[in-house]
Design a protein around this ligand. Sequence first.
Ligand code: GLU
Length: 367
Amino acid sequence: MTRRIVVKIGSSSIVNSDLSINKQVMISLMKSFALLKEKGIEVALVSSGAIATGMHELNLKKKPSMMSLKQACAAVGQAKLMEEYNKSAAYYDLLTGQILVSHDDFQVRKRMLFLSNTLDEMFKNGIIPIINENDALAVEEIKVGDNDTLASLIAPMIHADLVILFSDVDGLYDKNPKTEKDAKLISDIYDINEVIDFGKGSNSSVGTGGMQTKIQSAIMASSIGCDLIICNSKYIDKLVDICLGEKIGSYFHKQEKTISSREHWIIYKTNSLGALIVDEGCKKILETSDKKVSILAKGILRVDGSFLKDAVIDIRSEDGKVLGKGISKYNSNEIDKIKGLDSKAINELGYKYSYVIHANDVVLFKK
Ligand code: GLU
């Protein structure tokens, strides 16, 4: 039975075609949230629409290309969105709170803890978190980028068992439904690898995400043991039924073999700050071993980038293939000194560990 869900609503669903806020959708969401609350199901809402709403307020017809103007739109639009959300929530006696994040809030573990504590406290007090990217301040380098991904970054933090992505599409099709008449909706997905290429080329005219970001979001959610549904926002008033098991849209079933939250953090929440280039022998072990393996200094040919100890870095082969990611025990200067050496030589240089990434801190990309 579902206990906690993340609902994501896309820009094209929360604003009308003239970019004004679709108040009907907001009311519908809050009505469903109130009913879910009665059933003991807690919700976090990831809402897009800040930039679109800001464009409406500033009377802009086209999405600005200038970053600072987009940010100004977000500043205006986010406040306006929350004003309307609060009005709709009050109608059903609900309390909402705004959380604005950027990629750093996930990348830096301490900040992630603060975010997690705040969300916990909000749930304890019956507050519905309304989450968006901090678009007014976030620049490209520190952006999560799209709210489909953001929804699945939030999911493990609040121990959600279901993510629902509401947008202007009915779900995942085997072909592009806009151009191919015989495209079929896929209602159940058990193995994401089989559908991974289906969303290529799709895009949204108002929001940031397309089908690719939704599939990526499904990969992230299902790997941590969370189901995910892609559904058309015209079914928002069916939200309660969906949570109780009614099948609408495309249902990505959680994987049986899930990864730990530490592995989830390494893969999805961090940007690599550098790389280790490993030799053929090490590459072979990483590609074939079923067990967890440490990255020994002996198998390292080169270190790329300048980073501190505990940084997350890529593990690459000489031909440029990324084999995995991990947390470095040494800084980049130290690795440069001990690369290629065995444990005796490493100890003689005054260093303690013969590995650069411990097995528990390595995540391998086998597929
Ligand atoms: N954060 C953006 C906004 O609120 C939307 C991002 C997205 O469409 O995924 O305008």
